[in-house]
Design a protein. Structure first.
Length: 239
């Protein structure tokens, strides 16, 4: 990942980088050492998801200003669901949300929470970015339509498979259902193939193992017009 981020940043003149890292620690959670290594690659924001609390180490740095957990977790949970950053004289709000369809996570309604946050901050910021960590394609697409023209861009995470539906919505919001996965290429969404098949065939518990071998790097580039703060181009990354 280190090499690829630097290549992309230089070749595509990237100003602001967001990394979803909720699976960074052996497929579940994030450790403080990994968090520091990610930030060392000029990453501006780290977002999370349903495995936010996968490693107890997270409680040592969850209040760091550059890490965001889903905003619609139950009120009172540690950490923050959004934050405002600055880049090239622009104020950029990054919001993390988690879906409720087939996620098995107790959370508040992401649509309601997203709208409340946007209404609160829209007069303070130039750009609003949402990482919607959700299982259901329909839930992500519904969110894109619901917030079209209010969020600058919405990208989906969690399903690990990059979708080919990047587009600029009718009212200007940039969107893609899932940006894909950075991890083992020959795998079942990052996990060892044989172990995953055994779980599916036998329905018996089997400890997942991270697959070995060549890796893939997935992501998305949103190009924003500096005058209008509107999306003017979207490019998928798949290496």
């Amino acid at each position: 990942m280190t090499k690829r981020i630097q290549e992309i940043k230089q070749n595509d003149n990237i100003d602001f980088i967001i990394v979803n890292a909720e699976n960074a620690a052996q497929g579940m959670g994030l450790t403080q050492d990994q968090f520091k290594r990610i930030l060392a690659q000029d990453v501006n924001v780290v977002t999370m998801g349903n495995h936010t609390w996968g490693k107890k180490d997270i409680f040592n740095f969850i209040d760091h200003p550059q890490i965001i957990r889903p905003a619609n977790y139950t009120k009172g949970v540690l950490g923050k669901g959004y934050n405002i950053f600055e880049s090239k004289n622009k104020k950029i709000a990054v919001i993390n949300l988690i879906g409720r369809v087939e996620m098995n996570i107790l959370s508040e309604n992401p649509f309601v929470v997203a709208k409340e946050i946007i209404d609160k901050i829209k007069s303070e910021v130039d750009i609003i970015i949402i990482d919607f960590h959700a299982e259901a394609t329909a839930e992500k697409i519904a969110m894109a339509n619901y917030l079209d023209g209010e969020a600058t861009m919405i990208f989906g995470t969690h399903t690990h498979v990059q979708t080919a539906d990047e587009k600029i919505m009718p009212k200007g919001t940039g969107y893609i259902t899932d940006i894909g996965m950075t991890g083992p290429k020959d795998s079942v969404i990052g996990m060892e193939i044989e172990v995953s098949i055994k779980r599916m065939v036998t329905s018996m518990p089997e400890r997942y193992k991270i697959a070995q071998g060549d890796a893939q790097f997935n992501g998305i580039i949103f190009d924003i017009d500096e005058e209008t703060n509107k999306i003017q181009n979207i490019s998928r990354i798949s290496m």
